[in-house]
Design a binder for this molecule. Structure first.
Ligand code: GDP
Ligand code: MG
Length: 310
């Protein structure tokens, strides 16, 4: 008997979960490129980001989403709305929770996580529970974590993995693929990695450095807008160069002073960090100029949110 040719499976998967569980790190790991910024702070991701993974017979189109959390303020409410709206547009949902137990090996499933599970349940989509950061948890602690989450929902599957080491990410991908519809043709051409323009990613790389280096409320008061992205000298071989000029908006004069730092030291650090990342991403030299502007209460004004693509 001749074998039937394997059908292509292609579809959309929403990566959702509480802030900081490792959603963006997983997307970057799967794509092998850093398109989503990552920081130890919650609410680093502000918009939804499409990243497409291609494998033989499989195309997985992931939406990385802002974390599900109790939202206060216009920006935060918008972020949660975006994450929830994504649930209704996908073929399968990947909900992430962190591996690891508390004192005495106990696993507490918090109110906020229960709420996130409820939202996933309400979507009616096949849901895979991903237990992230398994590199940080001793093997034997995975069982109590699985036990604590198992009965919260009729999970299609439960898969522990580490986006940091890559352990079990392959299993996670094939598990997800099994829940996608069969398709005659891929959803995207194979050379499309993301819906984010390089210009947007550049703005995000600058914001990532702000998230990493600033404290308290200041990183949350920063929005970055790329004003110039000049590629005219990009194809000059080894001397190729992209010139980028970006504006960091903050909400108050006091924040502007902090972002600039003593004699410009902080802004310089932010710029150096972002430039190094961008040179890796773009594969050429980058000239990056940063400026800071006070834009009072931008995070509360619909007009500014739209302007920053939020
Ligand atoms: P998100 O808010 O869910 O998108 O989470 P991020 O991807 O921004 O990650 C939040 C923090 O967790 C960052 O400091 C990451 O470096 C860290 N992190 C993410 N995945 C892993 C992992 O698999 N193992 C470990 N040890 N840390 C991780
Ligand atoms: Mg994120």
């Amino acid at each position: 008997m001749g074998e039937r040719p394997k059908k292509l499976r292609a579809g959309f998967v929403a990566i959702v979960g509480r802030p900081n569980v490792g959603k963006s790190t997983l997307l970057n790991r799967v794509l092998g490129e850093k398109i989503a910024i990552v920081s130890p702070r919650p609410q680093t991701t502000r918009t939804r980001i499409l990243g497409i993974h291609n494998a033989p017979d499989v195309q997985l189109a992931f939406f990385d989403t802002p974390g599900l959390h109790r939202a206060e303020g216009a920006l935060n409410r918008r972020m949660v709305e975006v994450a929830l709206a994504t649930l209704s547009e996908v073929d399968a949902v990947l909900l992430l929770v962190e591996a690891g137990t508390g004192p005495g090996g106990r696993v507490e499933v918090g109110e906020a996580t229960r709420w996130a599970v409820e939202q996933v349940a309400r979507s009616g989509k096949p849901a895979i529970l991903g237990i992230s950061k398994m590199d940080r948890a001793p093997r034997e602690s995975l069982l109590p974590v699985i036990a604590a989450y198992k009965d919260l929902h009729a999970w299609a599957e439960i898969v522990p993995f580490s986006a940091l080491t890559g352990e079990n990410v392959g299993t996670l991908l094939s598990t997800l693929a099994g829940h996608l519809p069969e398709s005659e043709a891929p959803l995207f051409p194979p050379d499309v990695l993301t819906d984010q323009a390089e210009r947007q990613i550049a703005a995000e790389y600058v914001r990532e450095q702000a998230m990493l280096r600033l404290r308290d409320e200041v990183p949350y008061a920063v929005a970055v807008e790329v004003e110039e992205f000049d590629e005219s000298e990009r194809e000059r071989g080894p001397r190729g160069l992209v010139r980028i000029s970006a504006l960091l908006h903050v909400e108050r004069a006091s924040q502007k002073a902090i972002v600039i730092g003593k004699r410009g030291a902080m802004l310089k650090e932010i710029g150096t960090g972002a430039r190094e990342g961008l040179e890796r991403l773009l594969g050429c030299k980058v000239y990056l100029a940063l400026h800071v502007r006070v834009d009072e209460r931008w995070s509360e004004r619909a007009q500014s949110l739209r302007r920053f693509g939020l």
